[in-house]
Write a new protein. Sequence first.
Length: 244
Amino acid sequence: MLSGKVLSVVSGKGGVGKSTVAANLAVSLSRQGNAVGLIDFDIYGSSIPSMLNISNGPKSMNNRIIPVESHGIKVMSMGFIVKNNDPVVWRGPMLGKVINHFIDDVIWGPLDYVVIDMPPGTGDVAMDVSRLIPSSHQLLVTTPHPTASHVAERAGKMAANQHNILGIIENMSYFQPPDYDAKYYIFGRGGSEKLATDLGTKIMAQLPLLAPEEDDFEPSIYKKGSLLFDKYEELANNVQDSTA
């Protein structure tokens, strides 16, 4: 069974960096002394094992599952079940079984935070997770583009019906070249502010767009010394203050 405060990272559409936010937030919370679990419920598009460069799967003990540990966090993902990056071609009942399996049959141990990487949109998995974990805090990820924030509003409205929307995370807010002060707002500005106003919540973080470093085996996990490392540390602090 799960313990600790549950943070569901949601989005209205794919491609806005939801999984990247979930993974880096979990790692940052762990670095700050918290016991953290990360569940990848993005069944059709699981990417957490690849982001964390995990090559081994979970083990079992007494018909229960021991989650994989990486970067100081405990991890479960559909990516451990499906091999060779094969597509998941499942309908609702099978998806519900996987969700129950990850919640009830995994030996999580005591946790301070559980970060859930939710699938984009408002489909079966999102509804099942909302039903099984009704007391989660929702973090809504979008880009500044008006169309992205417009679609994100739907996921936010669904979350607001049953959960506490902790805030908006604006990803890819701007691009800032190394050693330059200038910021380039590639996806526009203002969409997240309007979204926060419409949903009656706040912007928790505005994360810049950075090019991955060459020959980096974990280009999605930001290392100390990078701008996004500091931004995720600030976000983790903000989350802890908001859930205290």
